[in-house]
Design a protein around this ligand. Structure first.
Ligand code: G6P
Length: 471
């Protein structure tokens, strides 16, 4: 059977940007690329709250062969769907934080309603040979709702965040409905093989499904669904070019200037409890405590743009981090040295590339992370002749492709302090060797490759083409 090469339809909560003015992350770059090549449609939330909400008029922006089509949400829809179910229930749970996940019937209902409304609004825009690719934890039910709305074409799904083990997921009151809905997609993509295994284990344990050859699931009623890992990459060339831009050079110079020849350590994360920023600060403090020789010789810059601040867990984290940074500074600062600085304002991606380049060490220490693209961007931005050192959590998806980083357990303050010492003292030869190996992989598996690999699988004939649909 020939490849169908149909139009690409992307669905995600946040849409775009399509043009790259230094704002687009790896995902947007990869998708925009694929949309341009195939022609397509990107469907999602407008970012606006209105009274009509998901019933609002479609907003359309045309960019060559690609249309961005968005709808609003009502205040209640945002509350139940986005803050409630997506970010109070699913986000913590899938990041293994059952302790702070909360579940309630009202937000479960709103989440399903919003998924159904998005499907109903999208369905009339689809043709049968479109490739529909749905993204992330906001839209677990969207595929099954599209089926219900009559769409019979190819449906793919990619989860950008981790998929927790069944022992945890079963705590979600609607876990069976949610995973059953996932099985209505033809292809389900995960960041790592560990995530895929957790998903398959759920299907096997809870539904009596069968794992076939490690990349497909046969459901009890005999349907076969593809489930594989597709680790996401970045636009490595593009990011390396950013690092050479005037804006990057200015920021690089600025950071070097404020460091007064001290080694700069950097962390860059949305302010999120999954990122292990508290643990990282404690590791830095431990270094200063254990190794007095480093006092006055190193400086830590944490860039942590605010995220989801309306939620208590996020607001509390900000308070905790600012308190912790204050304590560390209070304890160790001298007249001419402030050990740690925290900034909640974001930077453009060009500016960030410059900051990465000035940093001798980058700490990426999530307690759990789907992939973590900061790790890859830090590597892409380095000067290969004099690269910095990446400290990477064993719980980041990126670990699989970046074993040459200094791999740490972020729960161990000692481990973090030891890794910092090793990174700061690492000789040039070793830094180059480690960097070169990681750089090759970051440039080898880009956002573009990720997108094409997924779409090739979604587009290829499967057993479903040979079987009559049984649902
Ligand atoms: C993570 C999620 C994305 C999300 C982003 C920003 O990377 O995987 O789906 O868009 O965080 O979070 P926000 O809630 O601001 O969209």
């Amino acid at each position: 059977m020939a490849e169908r090469g149909g139009r690409l339809v992307v669905v995600s909560n946040r849409v775009g940007p399509l043009s790259d003015e230094g704002k687009a992350g790896g995902l947007a770059v990869g998708l925009a690329d694929a949309l341009r090549r195939r022609g397509g449609l990107w469907f999602g939330w407008s970012g606006e709250v209105s009274e009509a909400g998901t019933g609002s008029q479609l907003k359309r922006e045309e960019h060559g062969d690609t249309s961005l089509v968005t709808i609003d949400m009502t205040k209640d829809e945002i509350e139940g769907f986005y803050f409630g179910y997506a970010n109070r229930s699913l986000w913590p749970l899938l990041h293994y934080r059952l302790d702070i996940a909360s579940f309630d019937r009202a937000s479960d209902r709103t989440y399903r309603d919003v998924n159904r409304r998005f499907a109903e609004r999208l369905a009339p825009l689809l043709s049968p040979d479109d490739l529909v690719w749905v993204h992330d934890y906001h839209f677990f039910y969207l595929g099954s709702e599209l089926r219900r709305a009559g769409f019979d074409g190819r449906l793919g799904y990619f989860l950008h965040i981790p998929f927790c083990p069944p022992e945890m997921l079963t705590a979600l009151p609607a876990s069976h409905d949610l995973v059953r809905a996932m099985l209505d997609y033809d292809v389900i993509g995960f960041q790592t093989d560990g995530d895929r295994r957790n998903f398959v284990a759920f299907c096997v344990q809870e539904f009596g499904a069968e794992d076939i050859d490690g990349d497909r699931v046969r459901t009890a009623d005999g349907r076969i669904v593809r489930a594989s890992a597709f680790p996401i990459g970045i636009d490595a060339e593009g990011f390396a070019e950013f690092a050479q831009s005037d804006e990057a050079r200015e920021h690089e110079a600025m950071v070097r200037d404020i460091s007064h020849g001290r080694h700069q350590i950097v962390g860059v994360d949305r302010m999120d409890y999954s990122k292990g920023i508290v643990e990282r600060f404690r590791g830095f403090e431990q270094l200063l405590e254990d190794e007095p020789a480093f006092r006055g010789q190193v400086q830590f810059l944490q860039v942590a743009p605010l995220s989801r601040s309306e939620l208590e867990a996020y607001a509390d984290l900000r308070t905790e981090l600012e308190g912790l940074a204050g304590n560390i500074n209070g304890r160790f600062a001298t007249l001419d040295w402030t050990p740690i600085q925290i900034m909640v304002n974001g930077f453009t991606r060009r500016a960030l590339a410059g900051i990465y380049r000035a940093a001798r060490v980058c700490m990426v220490t999530p307690l759990r992370d789907g992939m973590n693209l900061v790790a890859k961007e830090y590597v892409a931005a380095q000067d290969p002749a004099d690269p910095g050192v990446l400290i990477l959590s064993r719980f980041a998806g990126a670990r699989a492709e970046m074993p040459e980083a200094l791999i740490v357990n972020p729960y161990s303050t000692d481990d973090l302090a030891r890794a910092l010492k090793k990174a700061l003292e690492m000789p040039l030869d070793e830094r180059r060797e480690r960097h070169e190996a990681m750089r090759a992989r970051v440039f080898g598996n880009t956002a573009h490759n990720w997108c094409e690999t997924f779409l090739a699988v979604l587009d290829a004939p499967t057993e479903r083409d040979l079987q009559p649909r049984s649902w």
